[in-house]
Structure formats: C-alpha cells, structure tokens
Design a protein around this ligand. Structure first.
Ligand code: ZN
Ligand code: ZN
Length: 337
C-alpha cells in the first residue's frame, strides 16, 4: 500500500509499504480521510522520527472486521488512536489518557498512523459513524476532544468571560466549546490578520483582538473590569503565555493547551499577586472523545467550516508547507489516501 512517511527535516515522502493485517482484537480500516494536526507539523519540522507514518485523526471504512462482531466490512468508522499500555496504574483504573504511552505510543505519533491507505486499530477504540456524518467531520472528533478537555478543565460556568489566545484549530474549537458550556463573552487574540478574520467569521467569538497591539493587556483588563474569569492559552510561545496570564483576573484560571518544547518564562509575581490558578491540559480521555463525536453527530458542535481542503498523498508535503507558512491562514487540511 502507499503511505507518507517522515523523510527528514521538513521532508515527507510517499512510500510503498506492506499493508497491515488485523491482529487479534483488531479491525482493518481503509482510510478515507486523515487530518493534518499541529503536532504532525512539529514532528515534520524536527524531522523525527524518520520513517514514521503520521496521522492520528482518521476516518474510513472497515476493510476487514477480523474477529469483531461489532463491525462488518463497509462500516463507516473513526477511531481513538491512543495506545494505552493496559498495565500501568492508570490503565488499571481505566484512566487511559493518563497512561504515559497513550499518546507517545499512539497511532501516528509513536507507531504508524493514518497517512496511509490502510490502518489496523484495536476494535474497542473504533466507533461507528452516523450516516449523516461526513468523513471530514469524523476526523474532527479528535482535535475537538483535545479542546473539550481544555474547556472542561477550565470549569467554565454560564456567563463567564473567556479569553482564547491563538486561533489555530484548537483555539477555535475551544471557543466553540466555551460557547456550548455557556460562556457569556468570548474574546480571542491572534497575531495573524487572516486568521483573525477567519476566527471572526466562524462566529464562536464575540470579539477578536490583534495580539501585537501595544497596550492590549490594559485594554482587555479595562473591558473585563479586571480580567477574564478563564483564559485558554492555545498558542505556545512565551508572548502568548504572558498575555494569557496578564489578562486573567484575580483568582481566575489559566489553562495551558499550547505546547512549547522549550522552557517558557512566566512572571511568578503576576501569578502570585493575582492568585491565578494554572492548569495544564493534554490530549483527551476516551469519554471526551465520545462526547466530542456525539456532539458533532448531533450538530451541537459544528466543524464543517474548519476544513479548507483535501489533498492526495503526493500533495501532503505542499499541505504541510501551507500550514506552517507564518503569513498563511490555512487551519485544517485533510488527506485522502
Ligand atoms: Zn490531533
Ligand atoms: Zn498504561
């Protein structure tokens, strides 16, 4: 079968590899769509690990149901691509998302994933799609689950004022969930003007701000009478973390979703003097994935407008270049292997 693998720094290549087979307790999925995720872009930039087939946001049809009685050939499905070890104390407790191997060994992250024609997945991780749900929407269940976890950990209460820093796909999905959870006022700050326009057009945000605007913090504190109840940092750079903490009110909560592989300095004076609650958010639980998929299926969470294009395996390299262009505005591109 054909697949796309990491070939080096900012380099992908189309390769020919053996088609996987459904092992015990697995089904084989013919991949119809795989979403390109921000974490894939990070791996691509670093060029590591060479040879890995990425792709952890997947949807397709069952090609071989193996021993499963829950699925038959042709069923439209998506899957949770985490790989819990099933042995550690978290797995024993069914807290699979806290298992150290859940994401590090996950399909498309630590082992081969869905930038390929076929993928074998453990049956208990596979979910049927309602007939009304498109393959693109099904692929959005994974990033939507990441945003759902962040919003849940922020404990947003009805009427609260929420600031989202960064309008990548996770930031935009956080805004959508914050609205569903009843936020009264949602603001978003972003450096890229085209992305700001997009965020405003998607309609989950009440007001969009230019993150480079001088004195933005003073303005935001004035607008909110001392700061936001909840801030969700979805970008990662130090400047974004600083503005998230700066705009949080006394005893407010800042949730860090954006990942930075380097150390980020923070003002402990600000955190202490405003008694800010800082919470990290990482990945999602199995329950959050299911809630995310369900909410998309029922039209509560709308993800159709996030997808801006579909490329074949030969054009994945170009799609990565578009997604990492600092002046570009592409948010989500899907692969059709
Ligand atoms: Zn993802
Ligand atoms: Zn485990």
């Amino acid at each position: 079968m054909r697949a796309v693998a990491i070939a080096g720094m900012k380099q992908l290549e189309v390769i020919e590899m053996d088609q996987p087979v459904a092992m015990e307790n697995q089904v084989l999925i013919r991949i119809e769509r795989a979403g390109i995720c921000g974490s894939d872009l990070h791996m691509w930039e670093s060029g590591k690990p060479v040879g890995l087939v990425m792709g952890h946001e997947i949807a397709g049809t069952i090609a071989d149901a193996g021993a499963s009685t829950a699925f038959k050939v042709g069923d439209r499905v998506t899957a949770i691509t985490g790989k819990p070890c099933m042995e550690c104390k978290f797995c024993q407790n069914k807290q699979y998302h806290a298992c150290p191997s859940f994401l590090t060994k996950g399909l498309g992250l630590g082992t081969h994933g869905g930038y390929a024609e076929y993928l074998a997945v453990d049956s208990w991780m596979v979910r049927q799609l309602p007939s009304t749900m498109s393959m693109e929407e099904a692929c959005m269940a994974e990033p939507s689950a990441v945003a759902l976890r962040a919003v849940r950990l922020a404990r947003i209460k009805p009427g609260e004022r929420v600031l989202i820093v960064g309008s990548g796909v996770i930031g935009l999905l956080c805004a959508a969930w914050a609205r569903i959870f009843g936020a009264g006022y949602i603001a978003l700050s972003e450096l890229n003007p085209e992305r700001r326009e997009k965020a405003a057009a998607l309609g989950d945000v009440d007001q969009v701000f230019d993150a480079s605007e001088p004195k933005l913090q003073r303005k935001l504190l004035g607008l909110t009478d001392g700061g936001f109840d909840k801030t969700l940092e979805c970008a990662g750079p130090a400047s974004a973390v600083t503005s998230a903490l700066g705009a949080t009110r006394y005893d407010g909560t800042a949730v860090f979703v954006g990942i930075n592989y380097s150390l980020v300095p923070i003002s402990t004076l600000r955190v202490c003097s405003k008694e800010i609650n800082i919470k990290g958010s990482y990945g999602y639980s199995v329950e959050e994935f299911d809630m995310s998929l369900n909410s998309i299926a029922r039209g509560i969470l709308k993800t159709r407008n996030f997808v801006e294009g579909t490329v074949g395996l030969e054009d994945v390299q170009g799609a990565f270049e578009r997604l990492t262009d600092p002046n570009g505005s592409a948010i989500k591109i899907m692969i059709k292997p």
